[in-house]
Design a protein around this ligand. Structure first.
Ligand SMILES: O=C(O)CCC(=O)C(=O)O
Ligand SMILES: [Fe+2]
Length: 279
């Protein structure tokens, strides 16, 4: 089936580097034709007159389209195939050690050039987006791991709005949380529940269009200002194993999908969304 060959999709060196650094740029996940199609679909979310709906998020040149005030998942027929991409699933299966995964997120981030705030690199506080509720302590088990990141749908050159990550940040976070626990403190609550991390240094992840910038869920990361003319277009994805301890593997509700969306799904997409069971 679709996952054939997933064991050799990354080299052992890439796998080791990912678990050591907590991030990895995987090139060539999308073909040039796919990049062009999805980039157009993502930019096609922008209204013709560039009047951005009030419920969209716009900050320092970064536009986050929203389907509704509390829904940022763009699983339209055009963009839905990104959620069931075979190559990204193979990369994830290699790292998780199983192909029985659930995929979610599907949000889009479009970063225009911003000439302001010249003394600042980041346009967003470093944070984590772990599927661990803010009032629940980390388990630090393999079952809890969520792997995510973004497809780059444009070339991202240095200072071009690439996602910033803290190298080794997942290990730094675990050490800090465990030290706090040992001191009788709540490590989960540190740094505003790890949504405002100001004490760690980050680097920009650059790469050609068609790459996936892969992140461990405990790596603090944040958006950066784009200083280049090329508008950065990215689509975000997250994966967990079936049986996630905090319920992040819940299937998508069936009534979310109309005939056009269902027609855009492959058998792999249906399993990743939880509409069909894994064998
Ligand atoms: O757009 C980016 O580069 C990162 C955005 C991000 O991490 C977020 O919005 O949670
Ligand atoms: Fe984030």
């Amino acid at each position: 089936m679709a996952t054939e060959g997933w064991t050799d999709v990354l080299t052992d060196e890439q796998v080791d580097r990912f678990w050591r650094d907590g991030y990895l740029l995987v090139e060539g996940v999308l073909t040039a034709e796919e990049v062009e199609r999805y980039r157009r679909a993502a930019l096609g979310l922008l209204p013709d007159d560039l009047s951005l709906p009030a419920h969209w998020y716009v900050h320092h040149g970064r536009i986050k389209p929203m389907r509704s005030p509390d829904d940022d998942m763009f699983d339209t027929p055009e963009l839905l195939p990104l959620m069931g991409n075979e190559r990204l699933h193979a990369v994830m299966a290699r790292l998780f050690g199983t192909h029985r995964l659930r995929a979610f997120d599907g949000s889009v981030g479009i970063t225009l050039r911003n000439d302001g705030l010249a003394d600042r690199v980041l346009s967003q506080d470093l944070h984590i987006d772990a599927s661990v509720p803010a009032d629940v302590d980390f388990l630090f088990t393999p079952e809890e791991v969520q792997l995510g990141g973004c497809y780059y749908l444009t070339d991202v050159e240095p200072n071009g709005g690439g996602i910033h990550v803290v190298p080794g940040g997942h290990r730094l976070l675990e050490e800090e949380v465990r030290a706090a626990r040992a001191a009788g403190e709540n490590g989960r609550a540190l740094h505003e529940a790890w949504k405002r991390v100001t004490h760690l240094d980050s680097v920009e992840v650059t790469g050609p269009a068609g790459s996936f910038a892969l992140l461990h869920h405990l790596v603090p990361h944040g958006a950066s200002h784009n200083r280049r003319p090329t508008t950065r277009v990215a689509q975000f994805m997250r994966y967990v194993r079936e049986g996630h301890p905090h319920g992040a593997d819940r299937p998508r509700p069936r009534d979310r999908y109309d005939a056009a969306q269902l027609a855009a799904m492959t058998p792999l997409t249906r399993r990743l969304l939880g509409l069909d069971p894994w064998e």
